[in-house]
Design a protein around this ligand. Structure first.
Ligand SMILES: CC(C)(COP(=O)(O)OP(=O)(O)OC[C@H]1O[C@@H](n2cnc3c(N)ncnc32)[C@H](O)[C@@H]1OP(=O)(O)O)[C@@H](O)C(=O)NCCC(=O)NCCS
Length: 200
């Protein structure tokens, strides 16, 4: 079942404290917007492959160089619901805006002692700067905190990835530590900053 959310600008000023960080300016600009997150399926391999190679993603994210068929196979192996999720598992969602795919969300690296997971997100580069990244992370936060026992979300962000850091800050994450010289998959060393959002 997809999770869908209708966010009306007129309600946004009266949201609960956990929802307060939805960007009011964006909602007011868009008046009323409808978003859905659905599990990523093999049929999404093409759009994900396209997003993978967009310049902003290449600049800040490690990528697994793989062809379409390998990506399809990987998507078929992902957990499709939280009952299958745990250490070593990964979940992936597609963010739909008015039924159109606009970005991806993921969780991985479940820590069974701290009940934390690491989040990932990307918005189609043609749609950057419209508030979608912030809304997508807000949707992921809501999905995870309302449907699982996960107690904290972790965002590991390159220090120079200003847009991503801003998204996390707007969603209530706090900066905890800087991890220097972390190596990504292309052997490029980048300073990473760890952000955390606790459930309560
Ligand atoms: C990070 C990302 C998801 C943000 O998506 P987005 O839809 O553009 O985000 P928003 O529109 O919600 O913008 C969030 C904030 O970042 C700011 N921002 C956006 N692009 C920016 C840029 N290039 N430089 C500085 N700030 C930027 C926006 O102004 C906004 O802040 P504001 O509300 O205070 O003005 C998007 O840049 C992306 O997909 N990047 C590639 C993948 C990636 O880096 N993922 C995160 C891995 S940790």
């Amino acid at each position: 079942m997809p999770s869908s959310y209708v966010i009306a600008a007129s309600q946004s000023r009266h949201m609960s404290s956990r929802q307060r960080y939805i960007p009011l300016n964006t909602l007011e600009r868009m008046n009323k917007v409808e978003f859905k997150i659905i599990n990523a399926l093999p049929e999404h391999a093409e759009v994900l492959q396209e997003w993978l190679y967009q310049p902003k993603n290449l600049e800040f994210n490690p990528i697994y160089k793989s062809n379409l068929e390998e990506n399809r196979a990987r998507l078929a192996e992902l957990c499709s619901d939280f009952s299958q999720f745990g250490p070593g598992k990964k979940m992936y969602w597609i963010v739909l805006h008015q039924e159109n795919p606009v970005g991806r969300l993921s969780i991985k690296n479940y820590n069974s002692e701290s009940h934390s997971v690491e989040i990932g997100y990307q918005i189609d580069e043609r749609l950057h700067g419209k508030g979608l990244g912030t809304i997508a992370v807000e949707l992921l936060t809501h999905e995870v905190f309302t449907k699982t026992n996960i107690q904290s979300l972790i965002g590991l962000v390159a220090k120079l990835n200003t847009a991503s850091r801003r998204v996390l800050e707007k969603c209530g994450f706090t900066m905890t530590e800087q991890t220097p010289d972390l190596i990504n998959l292309q052997d490029i060393r980048r300073d990473l900053i760890k952000y955390v959002l606790q459930k309560n």
